[in-house]
Design a protein around this ligand. Structure first.
Ligand code: GLN
Length: 476
């Protein structure tokens, strides 16, 4: 196996044993990037010089006989909506095309404290709005398993980088599935932590009550290592939780005996592809064979999750994106007066999907419609949250498909936004309820496209998810 295809923990062992150097590893990955990037297009910016310099610093540390941290010297990608000081952060938008943040996101500061090697900033749907990375203002990203297919989105660049050997792990963000869905499409592990677990400070805001940063990795062990690095309270984010962060590697125990796993009947309905359903039911059988108890549960408000999400997320987005006015940040397109300048800036520099969300959001928030749409959505949000609270009285975890189908073809859904939105049916309820959820690979379709299943946990119970995911990985 090529070095660039190994996991972080395997590479850590090789670095510690001095069988490879961080510089060699980084050079290998950058070589892979040179070969693959034309086809895959995972990155918006490649931080080549910084990578080489940082790798050398790690090698110097090893040469001095110092111990290295688990992610030290490991090449990674960071989604381009996570602010990196001095490194362009565009959110895949023309409006931020030349934005160089004067500060780092907290999650990136925490990650950087582990001295991984940043290979570059990963492509995404503009402002994280989308599920295919086709909404990037700069270029599309292709699925490394099949270049005719999308990698998913919005963290499609992050997922494709990890699946394509262009980074060993990546950070993404997940507002309605943007870590888990691309992870599923690309055959990697993608974890959305509990809302509040990872600081959102320096994550360019899309929908603030839903956004959460998390890891995309090659296996569950790496996922635990990255979670260890990025979780924790932050005074700069008032929604960040003060809850203690456990050592997530302690959860990597192959044992699900006695664990109660719920299968929600509302997730196995018309619209779910037969191959997806079979794969997820087989996962349930495997868990059962390992001593877990599989029980049917009901999440009765699931059918309202998409409509609820597509009111709340655009409403918050419309508010958050008000700041891109041609004055405070980013690009400006001149006009005769200030109104025309703002209009020109926003018309020219925002892409179609972003404009659509701003319009939906402002409509739902406008005086005449606030009660009928936004307020109603908030009420349904509570009902969806309660569904989970009730289900979790009976089970420890909930098992579902991550997506209704495997990766679709490029261009297949771009003309039909509603169809694209329906792709999020299995993932958005988790954000609406603020819960932790992961997507774990579970085989391939007959067309050799990766499949994934989702495990949803109780609030702040990432550990139980990791334990079950790790157990499954050991036997698959
Ligand atoms: N596909 C969803 C959307 O377009 C989710 C996006 C996300 O999680 N960032 O809103």
């Amino acid at each position: 196996m090529a070095l660039y295809d190994k996991t972080a923990h395997e590479l850590h062992a090789l670095l510690t044993a001095k069988e490879i150097s961080a510089s060699e590893l980084t050079a290998e990955v950058l070589k892979r990037v040179d070969e693959a990037e034309d086809k895959i297009g995972a990155y918006l910016e490649i931080t080549r010089d910084k990578a080489a310099a940082d790798a050398k610093a790690v090698d110097d540390k090893i040469a001095r006989g110092e111990a290295i941290l688990p992610l030290e010297g490991i090449p990674c990608a960071v989604k381009d909506n996570i602010c990196t000081k001095g490194i362009r952060t565009t959110c895949a938008s023309k409006i931020l095309e030349n934005f160089i943040p004067p500060y780092d996101a907290t999650a990136y500061i925490k990650l950087a404290a582990q001295n991984p090697i940043l290979i570059g900033k990963a492509n995404m749907d503009e402002f994280a709005m989308g599920g295919s990375t086709e909404n990037s203002a700069f270029h599309v990203t292709r699925n490394p398993h099949n270049l005719e297919r999308v990698p998913g989105g919005s963290s499609g660049g992050s997922a494709a980088a990890v699946a394509g050997g262009e980074a060993v792990f990546a950070l993404g963000s997940d507002t309605g599935g943007s870590i888990r869905q691309p992870a599923s499409f690309c055959g990697v592990v993608g974890f959305k932590p509990t809302y509040g677990r990872v600081s959102r400070y320096g994550l360019v805001a899309f929908a603030s009550s839903l956004d959460q940063i998390g890891p995309l990795t090659r296996d569950v062990t790496d996922c635990a290592l990255v979670l260890n690095a990025i979780c924790g309270h932050d005074d700069m984010d008032s929604t960040s939780t003060a809850a203690q962060v456990p050592d997530f590697t302690k959860a990597l125990v192959a044992d699900v005996k006695g664990l109660r796993i719920g299968l929600p009947k509302e997730y196995f309905v018309k619209g779910i592809d037969a191959e997806v359903e079979t794969a997820v039911r087989n996962v349930a059988k495997k868990f059962e064979g390992l001593g877990a108890e599989i029980v049917e549960v009901s999440l009765p408000h699931t059918e309202y999750a998409i409509s609820t999400y597509y009111i709340i997320a655009p409403a918050e987005a419309a508010t958050n994106l008000e700041r891109y006015d041609g004055v405070s940040y980013g690009a400006r397109v001149d006009g005769a007066d200030i109104v025309e300048m703002m209009t020109n800036t926003r018309t020219e520099k925002f892409g179609a999907e972003v404009k659509r969300r701003i319009m939906i959001g402002n409509y739902a928030l406008s005086a005449g419609y606030y009660d009928a749409y936004y307020l109603k959505a908030l009420k349904v949000r509570t009902l969806i949250q309660r569904d989970f609270t009730d289900a979790f009285k009976d089970v420890d975890l909930i098992l579902t498909p991550t997506t209704p189908n495997a990766a679709f073809k490029l261009g297949e859904m771009t003309s039909d936004p509603l169809k694209m939105y329906l792709q999020d049916i299995c993932t958005v309820p988790v954000n609406i309820a603020g819960l932790p959820g992961v997507s774990i690979p579970c085989g391939f379709t007959s067309d050799k496209l990766p499949l994934g299943f989702q495990l949803i946990g109780k609030p702040l119970d990432e550990a139980t998810i990791l334990r079950a995911a790790f157990t499954y990985e050991q036997i698959s």
